[in-house]
Design a protein around this ligand. Structure first.
Ligand SMILES: NC(=O)c1ccc[n+]([C@@H]2O[C@H](COP(=O)([O-])OP(=O)(O)OC[C@H]3O[C@@H](n4cnc5c(N)ncnc54)[C@H](OP(=O)(O)O)[C@@H]3O)[C@@H](O)[C@H]2O)c1
Length: 237
């Protein structure tokens, strides 16, 4: 039975993806801080899910991951869906720090650990959920946008590293637009997808071994617009 871990599976996109993996034959390690939510998922299919509750930003994050891999009896696929971000128009440093701690520092530790694990066994698929928000700065949530730009760039670095080290490790960067979860904050949302629809598309991209994918698909158009919009025009929004 193939083995997967979803980091940040207690709600939202990670939860929906964990269910899809389980129904497609994976044994899935699910993580998050909210143990009650993880246990509720496990109860839907006790032989498919293994629960490990920990905070990714604490020092024990990698030892918790290693213990989970041990319990699963191996690892073929790891998806990082844990993320945070808040609107922060006053630039409150504690909000920015919380975002950077998870989306940058913990993200780096976890994807680095996964890369080395997969490289040492000469196979494995690392997937991370970045965001369309990583393309341009955002006045309402500056650290969130910047942290997602970091993730996009870091994943590209890992993909280049994998290529130069034999191509054993697959790296997939999923860039969603709006998905209807607690994370989707702020006014003027559009093209909002349900977590289930987003997860179905993400799983298709995973199976197709895509390097980069937009979810839902039409966000690719928005990504192009963001990429090429002149600075002078962008600053007016
Ligand atoms: N929703 C959107 O519109 C959207 C758009 C683009 C990108 N994304 C990205 O998609 C990813 C998933 O977010 P979502 O939309 O599914 O939101 P969500 O429902 O809030 O899911 C976030 C997950 O991260 C976990 N998490 C948060 N802080 C954590 C910590 N310190 N340690 C361990 N786990 C932690 C949460 O679990 P616990 O609270 O139980 O710890 C939860 O399972 C995020 O990276 C987000 O940036 C979302």
């Amino acid at each position: 039975m193939p083995k997967a871990i979803v980091i940040g599976a207690s709600s939202g996109i990670g939860k929906a993806l964990a269910h899809l993996l389980a129904s497609d034959g994976y044994q899935v390690g699910i993580t998050g801080r909210r143990l009650d939510l993880l246990e509720a998922i496990r109860k839907t299919s006790p032989d498919r899910f293994i629960v490990r509750s920990f905070d990714c930003t604490l020092d024990n994050n990698l030892s918790e991951l290693e213990a989970l891999v041990e319990e699963l009896g191996g690892l073929d696929l790891l998806m990082v869906s844990a993320g945070t971000g808040d609107l922060n128009e006053t630039l409150d440093a504690s909000i920015e720090n919380k975002t950077n701690l998870l989306n940058v520092a913990a993200f780096t530790q976890i994807v680095g650990w996964a890369y080395n694990h997969f490289q040492s066994q000469k196979k494995g698929h690392l997937i991370a959920i970045s965001s369309i928000a990583g393309f341009r700065g955002n006045k309402m949530a500056p650290a969130y946008g910047a942290s997602k730009a970091y993730q996009i760039n870091y994943l590209e670095g890992l993909r280049q590293k994998a290529h130069s080290e034999g191509g054993h490790v697959l790296i997939t960067d999923i860039r969603p637009g709006f998905v209807d979860t607690d994370m989707a904050k702020g006014p003027g949302q559009f093209w909002v997808a349900s977590p289930e629809k987003a997860a179905r598309q993400i799983y298709r991209h995973i199976r197709n071994k895509r390097k980069v994918a937009y979810v839902t698909n039409r966000w690719r158009l928005f990504a192009l617009l963001m990429k090429w919009m002149p600075r002078g025009l962008y600053k007016r929004f």
